[in-house]
Design a binder for this molecule. Structure first.
Ligand code: NAD
Length: 432
């Protein structure tokens, strides 16, 4: 296999000298770089760099103490040129409209990078789910669903889990939507429990996709995944499944972390034990047989593969000089800033960008949606085989695009993805 071409600095627009941590402006910088490579027309650039629709809603919710609290939520549809909007729903105190716009934009490029027939969307609610009871979360979720109901649906926009939402959240959305319509609508969300039309394999699909592209990257770097040391920031759905699947391939999980801090063991941490410990204690910190480290230490520790699987802006100009991994695989969305990208490329570190490295989740979501629409469900082996096929092909296409344009993998993925959305937009033409 060909090696990754040495990254040339991106053409105009040059990135502003000061680092900007606003995720939406970061998403636009990433787009602008690809648009420049593709020499896109200025009008088309304006269409593609802004979301099609941004909805803000108030969510009055009765709390367990009888008082009413009004939460703010968003649903953003960035682009639907290639199919219905698709993207997760995030519950977090730090949610902002710019964050949701960025996440929706990244979904457009992600679905195009792996070539599945979706556009990009995302939702978020400003709340602190760790301080809410299950029944408060249910009431908030149902009211949020009813507020965004006019713009979601299997043909329009299909939510899925993201940070601090899960299969149960999706079940409440599906039920609320179905009750309003008067019939069960399986395809309105993905990442549902299997008992109501969820897909086998969806829960670990983000991690499985990440594993496939890391395997391919190991071939490029001529290194073995077996025995490789792996550090994972974030031990939620994405991070814990990454740990499990990488350990199954005999990689050594040397460090894991969550919002409370991290733990380290040079001989390897057993992911299943860590999952059970986190289940009981609410954190990985304090797990027997490990020593405590901070999230900052985890990112800069000596390891072969670094997997950010938490939130945005983990790798910035503040720490990029100290990153020692050979491969960085972005299981999280937006963990690396454009400035840090350039430094990683200069250091010869192979970065697998979010729109490729975590696209396994939306790919299995696409399979779930197809199964729901057909009411015909596939066994796990079929889901996994199809997922692997999509991810390996996507890696090859992205790698080839990067090589052809003599750039690094993120920009290669963007050139491929933005090119596909631009083609779809041009051939459809402008309405009216
Ligand atoms: P999750 O809620 O299941 O887990 C989030 C994890 O991150 C938790 O372990 C939490 O403790 C940890 N965390 C939060 N703040 C942190 C901090 N400041 N430092 C370190 N750890 C912190 O969420 P998830 O679904 O695993 O999502 C994680 C990332 O993966 C997000 O960027 C999300 O957009 C992305 N992603 C998820 C999926 C999916 O299928 N779940 C798909 C694609 C991308």
């Amino acid at each position: 296999m060909a090696t990754v071409a040495k990254a040339a600095p991106p053409p105009v627009p040059r990135i502003a000298p000061r680092e900007d941590l606003n995720p939406y402006r970061i998403a636009q910088i990433q787009f602008d770089i690809a648009a420049e490579y593709l020499k896109l027309d200025q009008g088309l650039r304006q269409i593609l760099r802004t979301p099609k629709r941004v909805l803000e809603v108030s969510i009055p919710t009765k709390m367990d103490n009888g008082q009413v609290k009004v939460f703010t939520g968003y649903r953003v549809q960035h682009n639907v040129a290639r199919g219905p909007a698709k993207g997760g729903l995030r519950y977090h105190p730090g949610v902002t409209v710019d964050e949701v716009k960025a996440l929706a934009t990244w979904m457009t490029w992600k679905t195009a990078a792996v070539n599945i027939p979706f556009g990009g969307g995302k939702g978020g609610v400003i709340c602190d789910p760790k301080r809410m009871s299950k029944s408060e979360l249910e009431r908030m979720t149902r009211r949020y669903t009813s507020e965004i109901l006019p713009i979601i649906g299997p043909e329009q926009d299909i939510p899925a889990p993201d940070v601090y939402t899960d299969a149960q959240t999706m079940a409440w959305i599906m039920d609320t939507y179905s009750m309003t319509k008067g019939y069960s609508t399986l395809g309105v969300v993905t990442g549902k429990p299997v008992s109501i039309g969820g897909s086998e394999g969806r829960k670990e699909a983000t991690a499985r996709g990440c594993l496939v592209v890391v395997e391919e990257a190991c071939k490029v770097k001529k290194m073995s995944l077996r025995g490789a040391s792996v550090a994972i920031q974030g031990f939620g759905n994405a991070g814990s499944q990454v740990a499990r699947l990488f350990a199954e391939k005999k990689a050594r999980i040397v460090a894991i972390s969550d919002s409370r801090g991290g733990v380290f063991n040079a001989r390897g941490i057993d992911p299943l034990k860590a999952m059970r410990y986190k289940e009981r204690s609410g954190t990985v910190v304090g797990m027997p047989g490990t020593s405590r480290i901070s999230n900052d230490d985890l990112l800069t520790m000596k390891c072969d593969i670094l997997i950010p699987a938490a939130l945005e802006n983990a790798i910035t100009l503040n720490n990029v000089d100290q990153i020692k991994a050979k491969i960085v695989a972005e299981a999280a969305n937006g963990p690396t800033t454009p400035h840090a990208d350039e430094v990683l490329a200069r250091k010869g570190i192979l970065l697998l960008p979010d729109i490729l490295a975590n696209a396994g989740g939306v790919t299995a979501s696409y399979f779930e949606w197809v199964q729901d629409l057909q009411s015909f469900f596939w066994p796990l082996t079929e889901v996994n085989a199809k997922l692997e096929g999509v991810m390996r092909r996507a890696f090859q296409e992205v790698h080839e695009t990067a090589r052809k344009h003599r750039t690094h993998i993120r920009t290669g993925a963007y050139i491929l993805a933005v090119g596909r959305v631009a083609d779809a937009t041009l051939v459809r033409g402008l309405f009216p």
